[in-house]
Design a protein around this ligand. Structure first.
Ligand code: C5P
Length: 243
């Protein structure tokens, strides 16, 4: 069988050439990394769960008019996506203080923020994805003013929708990371949502118990990673009852 051409391999996903021009196949691995890949491991079954959860979330976001790269799920580990030119910025949306922000600013984890915060980090492993401001983004041309406006607007829409979606199944959306890409049409480009949305890039806390249902279980050696990801999928109605 002819092998497909690999376009890119990241920490948790591989991108292959798609069946039609302008498409790619996004393959979800079981590999997990944390702290800029200083900690590495495998969470058996994670890729299958993230593929399913991300398909669900991107489909719902598409239904409310958020433009995304998602086209359709192909199988257990793969989805067909639109090829985009990735904006080299990680967009982090925070509703509750946690993780790097708690550490950086000395704000206790779990503190509800009086307003949602958007942070930007430069996607650069060698530099450890440093926090940057919109001034840096515009100065170095990583995104144009209008693009940054669209990115912030979409990030807030995604946050509003996902906060409600997860609250409806008893989960607090603490924070999450988004990535965006450009689609070109002749000389014009527009911004669409790319990458994935899954427990790998969200903090999800059970509202009743405070239990972490996300990648912090791996980062902090809490164990039970797959069970936590399965619980998210189950609550979203993506696993058969009793699975
Ligand atoms: O580590 P930090 O607190 O900055 O992470 C904020 C949110 O962004 C978390 O939900 C985390 O899972 C996500 N994130 C990510 N990829 C990164 C950095 C953060 O998915 N490289």
């Amino acid at each position: 069988m002819a092998r497909r051409r690999q376009i890119y391999e990241g920490k948790a996903k591989i991108l292959y050439e798609g069946p039609e021009p302008g498409t790619l196949i996004q393959y979800f691995k079981d590999d997990a990394t944390a702290f800029n890949a200083q900690k590495k491991g495998t969470i058996s079954g994670k890729g299958v769960l993230n593929n399913r959860i991300s398909e669900h979330v991107f489909t719902l976001l598409g239904n409310i008019g958020v433009p995304t790269h998602f086209l359709r799920r192909l199988n257990m580990r793969e989805q067909l996506i639109r090829q985009v030119e990735i904006v080299p910025i990680e967009v982090i949306v925070r509703n509750v203080a946690a993780g790097s922000m708690s550490k950086r600013l000395g704000i206790e984890e779990g503190t509800q923020l009086p307003r949602t915060i958007i942070e930007y980090c430069l996607k650069d492993d060698a530099l450890g994805d440093p926090l940057v401001t919109d001034e840096h983004i515009l100065c170095f041309g990583w995104a144009a003013q209008e693009e940054l406006h669209d990115i912030a607007d979409l990030a807030i829409r995604v946050n509003d929708f996902l906060s409600g979606l997860f609250a409806g199944v008893g989960i607090k959306l603490v924070d999450f990371k988004l990535e965006f890409g450009r689609i070109w049409d002749n000389d014009f480009s527009r911004i669409i949502l790319a990458d994935e949305i899954s427990p790998d890039n969200c903090r999800l806390w059970d509202m009743a118990s405070g239990e972490k249902l996300d990648k912090d279980r791996f980062r902090r050696d809490l164990g039970g990673e797959v069970e936590a990801y399965q619980e998210v999928a189950r609550r979203l109605g993506l696993l058969p009852e009793g699975a």
